[in-house]
Design a protein around this ligand. Sequence first.
Ligand code: NAP
Length: 242
Amino acid sequence: MQDKRILILGGTSDAITLARELVRSGYAVVTSLAGITENPTLPEGEIRVGGFGGEEGLLSYIQEQGFTAITDATHPFAAQISSNGFNAAERAGIAYYRLERAAWSALPADHWIDVQDVAAAVNALPHGARVLLTTGRKELALFMTRRDLTGVVRMIEKPAISLQTGWELLLARPPFSVDAERDLMLQHWITHLVTKNAGGKLTVSKLIAARALRIPVVVIARPQKPQARTFGSVASLVAALA
Ligand code: NAP
């Protein structure tokens, strides 16, 4: 199967699992990372780092490297790279498969405030809310424009911008236990959790803790991704490739 050279668009824990399974199945695998995280967990197989230079750059890279398929295992909120990957694969005449875990959905005991995007999430928070903000680096600035909000910003690496007074930075890498999430929310008097609808098990414990504490959760809906063959598990995607 070594004639099958697969490009994984990565940057997620699912991409690491996918790389491992494809390498073990005998494929030649290159995982591409955006290069934003300073100390990323590295997958098996080859790795390349940094943007391609848009769709055109990605198309050239695919053609130079002779890939037979792209598997897109990027985060559900990384919309630009998925669009570039889908279009470049089509233009190169190779297969494009998407790996995407199912979105979370609210249980009857949940108090979710569903919003379409980050701007709506900022507006959905009531005056003076104490927030546990888990949305990531790109979204931080908009929340900092609301001077009445305070709370905890949790992310994996230090953000590029400084936090406003009343916000505390917590650098931590998932997974977190439900107990730890509950303690965090209690210790910081959190009144609202804000999250993207990332889906999957890795970061679901915050939702379980919020449910138990009856804390409202502002949930940002996923952006549109290309209409492509999409698989909910690594095993089903590997089976389809075979
Ligand atoms: P994005 O908005 O879709 O992409 C912006 C640009 O970053 C792309 O046009 C591309 O640059 C470059 N890029 C993104 N992913 C890349 C990859 N895997 N390999 C090479 N270049 C990549 O992406 P994003 O939301 O900034 O996310 C960046 C990375 O972080 C992704 O790999 C994603 O899986 C991961 N991540 C994102 C989130 C999130 O909430 N957005 C959460 C966890 C992990 P060029 O146009 O120059 O090629």
